[in-house]
Design a protein around this ligand. Sequence first.
Ligand code: GLC
Length: 560
Amino acid sequence: MDQIPWWKKTVVYQIYPRSFYDSTGDGIGDLQGIIQKLDYLKELGIETIWFSPFYESPQKDFGYDIKNYREIAPEYGTMEDCDRLIHEMHNRSMKIVLDLVLNHTSDQHPWFIESRSNLDNPKRDWYIWRNGKKSNGKKPPNNWKAIIRGSGWHYDNFTDQWYWAQFLPFQPDLNYRNFEVQKEMLDTVRFWLDKGIDGFRLDIIDALFEDAQFRDNPRSLHVVPSEKSSDFLFQSTKYTQHHPDTLKFMKQLRSVIDEYTDPPRFMVGEVTGPMNYLRKYCGDTRNDGLNLVFLFKSMGTPINAQKMKRLIQLYEKFFPDPFIPTWVFGNHDRMRRISRLGGSVEKAKLNAAFQLTVRGVPFIYYGDEIGMESHYLNIKSSLDPVALKYSNIPTFILKAVRKYMGESLNRDECRTPMQWDNSLHTGFCDNRTTPWLPITYSYTERNVKVQSENIDSLLNCYKRFLHLRNNTPSLHSGNIILINSSEIPSSVLSYIRSYSHKSEKQIAIVYLNMSNTSVQFKNPHKYANFILSTTVQSKNEKSKNVEIHLFPWEGVVYIA
Ligand code: GLC
């Protein structure tokens, strides 16, 4: 057995609990519903599940506004249900990852209610309060902007001061310069680890500490954040994001996580910004910070061999062993990958083949395995509080953002109920109730039942690639070498994954045709055996390995 920890080899599946399976008939998903569907995920080949928050919450941001970090939202179940979920998952050798929102709480959290009640309250300093500017204090303390535009300072007339919120006004930031806050949150981490939780996804963790002197952020030329800079709306995030004290706190968190060794636990951080910043969260030379960070550049990268190749090179440059990149194509905030791919199932299969064979930890968003699309919804009637903030933006601009930037400003669109079958409400909830968000139009084809019965479906393609990856050391643990050969057409992305441990040696060779035309070329590695294709129609199945033939958007794996 090698020493590679399980979390480096795993595949993570994200569940948005509100949308997975409703067992109680109220139109929203719940923990018992998830338990009922665990066998589906186990058979699919999923080991790790990350759950978007299901703690007690007023649900104004659907759980990312926490009211009690140690209780379960009653609409999702009870602590007993949660214990059962942990138990049922561990029984199936699955791992459970919770979403931890350390940066802020709900404004309904008892700590904040106390904090805002008066200047002398012992919890006053648990949040970030400042006097306003101007003689009457009616201007925000400085120019800091919230991530979703507008000032992040909110005036509170109880005490005539302003509180700071990186995200929405009802999500006040905790003050990590107060050691009681640090202690409480580290204890919360331990509380869940003691219950057997295997890891955490850390929400906007790059925003934990701000400048202690509250200096104004400098101006910047950037309008939207990118991989080059996290600045936005003409303002730098110098004093509000990536603070050196945040990086120090990552190491502190890691030392808590590492107290738990049987099995080891892990953390993945939601961090945005340039690659060298992202890497810093994981550590300088040793991986002694966060185990993993999300890398989001993949989401907007088209299926194009040269572009994907450059992306692998970039990720490998910043995340060489012992670090490891993550491959993320969707989540509960962004447009679904298949919608960015024009709805094409063929491309989605190739995307899956890529994600499950490249070096890194894959993150699959629920429903991606059946090709669930983002569902176009009117922003004016959205439930998502961020979308409501943008709801007066003219429709033609929203359409342009969708078309040219591949983004939707309405997060409801990627959070619609999981599609289980082609009945009314697609088997997500009882026919007598209404699901909390509408079902997508393509549910009659894109559902678990229909696709399970079709051997060449996207679902079965995911399943085959997941099982192959899980059982193939070179695919889950090998290094990666890009193949540069003039014999292979430039539209084909190809790489070798190679693994060796003691006397065990294995290589997997992957060829992905990222074009809409068939290609044929001499097989440079004739000794390797054809193992799997994205389509059951593949011509390589019966070939003698002399030539490789790839249909448009076909991907194949050979192993030696
Ligand atoms: C993260 C979450 C998002 C949430 C926000 C505030 O970006 O992914 O869903 O609204 O943080 O917690």
